[in-house]
Design a binder for this molecule. Structure first.
Ligand code: ADP
Ligand code: MG
Ligand code: MG
Length: 961
């Protein structure tokens, strides 16, 4: 039997349900589920994402086999509503709605009021006894169809939507401010004028036949999967291009039938702060898009009670039911038609990082969800939001006092941002690209602006509420934002913004500095100083007690639950004691990478380093090294003391020597003086050290092999510092790491030096400390010969930055344009320097894991590339059985949470599949656990067998409420 292409919903039951997002899209699955649990939903049906794939495969043609199913589904809706599609006496109107697996709000298209034409409009008017409403619906339909299906768009970025322009002229001619005040003749004229505009600009007739309209709209919605903004959104959110969208066709209910009708959007909890309050907005006598588009600033949901007490009660019930049923904060769309409530959509609401943490922790405390579930609920990246600075209160007060306070709006995206004012999304992106922080200010934003919004520090709109597009994007991207700031007026042509302030109107131009406080909703002229967030104040800066910091408390609670669930350990990349302190505050269990070269740049260190490099004799080199030894030893000692017994991995010198040499006159002259040589000689030596491919040149272990005395000095500093620390009562276990090893012989050479020095230091000091010698796996040959390397190496740490460069043969420093093109063309799904390329680099890692552990079963494995703080990469590291990930101190909370989620997902998979298939899961047969994050490449690359994770992998967390 051919696969079912259409799933019906409405009338109290549905063929689909909430677990069918892959097939029905999030919207279709939500509509089906709501029908099943007795929430009033207008009847309709969903065409599957598989049909979308068929559509593209056939060169953008709907499959023939769809039609009989489509006609049958329409008949069902006709039966449930008692109306006829195209019936002039009582026409059925439908919406044609997009909806992918992952919610992509506003990125794709939707057409409302489909089925109207010159004949059915009269029937609608008669049935509703309301010609104004009928014609209002018709003009909306023609405009939407013209835009979405026929592609009539503004010509230039400064231009407004062509239908809006005609509409504004009409409002002007009738002297009214709002659409809803236009008389019926005006609406009638609008329909004719819209159609004429389509004919003039597109050279096509607006189709009158409803069935023809429907087929065209379905195709257009499928195509909207590939519009620019949807593609941009997919790239920003890592959504695979092959998913496609479903299409839901749903009978219309009307919020624009008069003053007893309306439409709204609401969240079951506050999406900006997470507070447990019903939060939303509605508009009287309007259709859905009006609220989201931010065209009129809507009323608060709390005001609904006064206007429609019965509807408010029903809506409150729906809030309860949906939140309990989905056990998560829901974002709902509803419409009231003549006093009757209908729900049109429910989905897990997007929220700020602040809200995500609060909602997860509070729901766990309410026992609505378990602790593990709370851990799974928060996107790891969202934790960044809690570290972000806020404006310094005093600086802000002073600015306001000095007359720089401009206006207030709705606080849609918490945090503080200062930047230069721009009015167009394209400019935001361009200015950002040349390194300027910008604040994007507009009337309202639209999905077209998405790239510019991503580039801006924050954004500001004049119109719209907390559910407007701008607010929604702010929550999702974690941007600072203020919306609905009514005091702003824009002149896009002049590139200025006028603000009505208490002290009179103020004009700001493009490029002026502006500050926005997205927590308080305040717009301030100029730049402002910031201060640390609550979490930073407690953990790093000091001066705030945990008991006075509720946000910090929730953050700490969530992370403690995460720590209980994870198997991977977390370490930090840190070279200085103060970095180590931050790392420990953020939960570091060790240092995974101490880069010794950073230590040479400090005061009094670079001089001897340079002397060492240009030394011509062993004797001179030893002299210079003798000066470096005590400084380096002090650095290590400080680090060991700060880490108080936690393991510390120290990498021997890695970068090409040329990087340390002076390039300016003064430095060269100084070096000449210090070494008693001529400037010319020094210049010649610097020139000698220039390499055409320094990243592939004389660096890493190659340096230590040609200059063993460098490794010797470093090893001596490490072991002497370790002995010093031990004498002070701090247990230390240094792990000496040799970089860029491609062959076991290289490692043998360097490990020999390290061990010899260790024995010598121990003998002199009369004490021993435990230590390990290991290597970085960061070139393909190292990974491929890992089994041999592990004969000498006591640990491996994956240097995935270099491993990515060398696996792709792509220099990280020169790839900007290449990567941009590749990402734009979807040749690469994500930047491999941000998220591990699991197919390629990941395959080498698996080979190294397998080889290394085959030779040395207890081999300690970690990662210390930038990827250690990337959630998808952390999950990968968990799956291939590493012991720890190491990342920058500020990314530790993210790594902890990501590691916990990886463990929890794996456990969920195991218990779902039983133990036998859990093993198979690790070997690559099982589906990725979470659809929203999964990509086909994951499933594929698991094809290389991976050794079982070490003991403890299957440890279950304590049972929880
Ligand atoms: P998006 O994914 O951009 O939110 P939707 O498909 O949800 O697009 O449609 C946008 C708006 O159109 C909804 O918020 C809703 O108010 C309105 N809408 C969609 N379908 C219907 C319908 N059957 N009846 C009334 N309004 C509808
Ligand atoms: Mg919607
Ligand atoms: Mg490296």
């Amino acid at each position: 039997m051919a696969a079912k292409r259409i799933y019906a919903f409405g009338g109290g039951r549905a063929e689909g349900n909430k677990d069918m997002k892959d097939l029905l899209g999030g919207k279709g699955a939500g509509l089906a589920e709501m029908s099943n649990i007795g929430i009033p939903v207008p009847p309709g049906f969903t065409i599957t994402t598989e049909v979308c794939a068929e559509y593209y495969k056939a060169g953008q043609k709907l499959p023939k086999a769809l039609e009989p199913e489509l006609k049958a589904a329409l008949r069902k809706v006709e039966a449930l509503t008692g109306k006829g599609f195209g019936d002039p006496s009582d026409p059925l109107l439908v919406s044609v709605r997009s909806g992918a697996r992952a919610s992509m709000p506003g990125m794709m298209d939707t057409v409302l009021n489909l089925g109207l034409n010159d004949a059915t409009v009269a029937g609608l008017a008669a049935r509703a006894s309301n010609p104004r409403f009928a014609w209002d619906s018709y003009r909306r339909f023609v405009a939407m169809f013209g835009d979405v299906v026929l592609g009539l768009k503004p010509e230039r970025k400064e231009d407004r939507d062509p239908f809006e322009v005609i509409l504004d002229a009409k409002k002007h001619a009738h002297g009214v401010k709002y659409d809803k005040d236009l008389p019926v003749e005006a609406l009638r004229e609008l329909v004719a004028e819209f159609k004429a505009e389509i004919r003039r600009r597109k050279g096509v007739e607006f189709p009158e036949a409803p069935y023809e309209q429907l087929l065209a709209a379905i195709g257009a919605v499928f195509r909207s999967w590939n519009n620019d903004r949807a593609i941009a959104y997919r790239q920003l959110n890592g959504i695979p291009a092959e998913w496609g969208t479903a299409v839901s066709v749903q009978s219309m209910v009307f919020g624009n039938m008069g003053d007893d009708s309306g439409t709204g959007v609401a969240f079951t909890r506050n999406p900006a702060t997470g507070e447990d309050e019903f939060y939303g907005e509605f508009l009287v006598n309007a259709q859905g898009e009006d609220v989201v588009a931010g065209i009129r600033t809507p009323q608060k949901i709390s005001e609904l009670k006064e206007r429609w007490p019965e509807v408010a009660r029903q809506l409150e019930d729906a809030r309860e039911t949906l939140e309990r049923h989905y056990r998560d904060m829901q974002d709902i769309e509803f419409t009231i038609e003549r006093g009757r409530l209908y729900l049109l959509q429910t989905r897990s609401g997007k929220r700020t990082g602040l809200a995500a943490v609060r909602i997860a922790v509070e729901m766990a405390e309410e026992r609505l969800i378990g602790r593990d579930e709370a851990v799974l609920r928060v996107e790891p990246e969202a934790l960044n939001h809690l570290l972000r600075p806020v404006f310094d209160a005093e600086a802000k007060a002073a600015a306001v006092k000095g007359g720089r306070g401009l206006a207030k709006g709705l606080p849609a995206g918490p945090g503080a941002a200062s930047g230069k004012l721009v009015f167009f999304a394209q400019d935001a992106a361009a200015w950002h690209a040349r390194g300027e922080p910008v604040i994007l200010a507009r009337h309202e934003t639209s999905p077209e602006d998405i790239r510019g919004m991503a580039a801006a520090e924050g954004f500001l709109t004049a119109f719209g509420g907390m559910t407007s597009h701008a607010a929604l994007v702010a929550r999702q991207m974690g941007k600072v934002a203020i919306v609905g700031c009514g005091a702003l007026e824009f002149d896009y042509h002049a590139r200025t913004m006028t603000v009505e302030t208490a002290g009179g109107a103020k004009v700001l131009k493009e490029g002026d500095w502006l500050s926005i406080d997205g927590t308080a909703g305040e717009v301030i002229e100029g730049r402002l100083d910031t201060r640390p967030s609550e979490v930073m104040a407690v953990l790093v800066e000091g001066g705030l007690e945990p008991k006075d910091a509720p946000t910090y408390q929730r953050f700490a609670k969530l992370l403690s639950w995460a720590d209980a669930a994870r198997r991977l350990r977390v370490r930090a990349n840190a070279d200085q004691p103060d970095q180590a302190r931050v790392a420990v505050a953020f939960g570091a269990q060790g240092i995974g990478l101490c880069r010794t070269e950073h230590m040479f740049f400090g005061e009094g260190k670079i001089g001897p380093m340079r002397e060492m490099i240009v030394a011509e004799t062993h004797e001179d080199r030893r002299k210079a090294l003798a000066k470096l030894l005590p400084v380096q030893r002090e650095d290590f000692r400080g680090l060991f003391l700060e880490m108080a017994g936690r393991p510390v991995t120290i990498r021997t010198l890695d970068p090409p020597l040329h990087e340390f040499l002076p390039h300016e006159e003064q430095g060269i002259a100084q070096l000449a003086r210090d070494t008693g040589r001529t400037v010319e000689e020094i210049r010649a030596q610097i020139a000698d050290l220039v390499e055409s491919n320094p990243m592939l040149g004389h660096r890493g272990c190659r340096l230590g092999i040609s200059h063993p005395e460098i490794t010797e000095m470093q090893a001596r500093a490490i072991f002497e510092a370790a002995c010093d620390a031990a004498e002070q009562g701090v247990k230390v276990e240094p792990e000496v790491m040799i970089p860029l090893v491609a062959s076991v012989k290289e490692l043998d050479d360097q490990a020999g030096v390290v061990r010899r020095v260790a024995e010598d230091v121990f003998a002199r000091r009369g004490r021993k400390v435990r230590y390990l010698v290991g290597t970085m796996i960061e070139v393909p040959r190292g990974a491929l010969t890992a089994a041999e390397i592990a004969r000498t190496a006591e640990f491996f740490s994956f240097g995935t930055n270099d491993l990515t460069q060398t696996t792709f043969g792509l220099s990280r420093d020169d790839t900007g344009p290449v990567l941009q093109t590749y990402l734009a063309k979807e040749i690469l799904p994500v930047d491999p320097f941000v998220s591990v390329d699991q197919d390629g680099v990941g395959a080498l890692m698996k080979i190294a894991v397998a080889g290394g552990r085959a030779t040395r079963p207890g081999l300690k494995l970690g990662i210390c590339g930038e990827h250690g703080g990337d959630p998808a990469s952390v999950e990968f590291c968990h799956r291939i059985g590493l012991d720890y990930v190491s990342c920058s101190p500020y990314r530790l909370p993210i790594a902890r949470l990501a590691a916990a989620q990886a463990a929890l997902r794996e456990r969920a998979q195991e218990s779902k599949a039983g133990d036998g298939s859990a093993k198979r899961a690790r070997n690559g047969k099982a589906k990725p656990a979470r659809a929203a994050k999964a990509s086909p490449r994951r499933a594929r690359n698991a094809a290389i067998a991976v050794p079982r994770a070490r003991k403890g992998a299957g440890r279950r967390p304590r049972a929880r409420a």
